[in-house]
Design a protein around this ligand. Sequence first.
Ligand code: FUB
Length: 340
Amino acid sequence: GLSFQGETLAEEARANDASQPRYLVPGLYTADPSAHVFEGKLYIYPSHDIETTVEPDDDGAHFDMQDYHVFSMDSVDGEVIDHGIALDVKDVPWADRQLWAPDCAMKKGKYYLYFPAKDKNDIFRIGVATSERPEGPFKAQPHPIAGSYSIDPAVFRDTDDSYYMYFGGIMGGQLQRYRDNKSTERGVLPADTEPAICSKVVRLSEDMLEFAEEPRDAVILDASGIPLEAGDEHRRFFEAAWVHQFNGKYYFSYSTGGTHKICYATGDSPYGPFTYQGVILTPVVGWTTHHSICEFNGDWLLFHHDSVPSGGITSLRSMKVTKLVHNRDGTIQMIQGSVG
Ligand code: FUB
């Protein structure tokens, strides 16, 4: 009847309105979407979630991903093209399992896919694979990046064409096992009143295949200039770093892990320090939250994921896109996640 038709039309209107979240790939579980504009199109580099018999544990063993697909779109409400398998764990000589959140960068017409995986000793490292095309296929380097550790690489191209990688994630991401870029005996989290563990930031080498220096801490300060404390679980960094630039400022955004928020902090240098500003995305359905931010055809977009389409299964996520708005004062308007 009429009301049914009314609902259908309302749903269609919603599907065509980019200010409402849009699930991008109904047929495949995808997460941690890193989006970039390459060759005038949107390219998305997500994790590829799969059903697994691996038992869930606190280290995230059930996030047992084995390959990456790359997606592209001509417009934010246009068709999403699945370019198929861009890299498979069996073609990465050093990697054993768990292809977690990747990112891609372009330099001089070449494409570099950065990805975390556990090596044969169950230690997360970050690898790089190269291609002539943004959609791949990518060919992995024989070894992980020397000096790399932990997870979630995100590569930011600065206005002077230097490239910086942000990386790290605590708990299952193993970042707590390191101090001063060295592995410690076991991973101990700092006491609640000690400074929080920071995301790492490192400039990449000219050839994009190595670190050009020792990774540094991307420190997040509170409004009075004091580093956030480890016990400040609603604001401190957990994983999923991303950096974008707006009006000359560097915006460092990240997940708070167990409090399930995407927050952001701003600074004047790609190295930070960054001053905490607020929440970009409130909690979504599923334990993890992970995003990217990019500008395309004059719109700022937030790519993220949730577990709504899988009925709430944390390791079966679906990526979505919604518009993001910077206010005139440089703050970002908070976006409501799928919880509440
Ligand atoms: O997708 C696997 C891991 O879950 C990512 O690397 C984290 O950021 C979290 O989203």
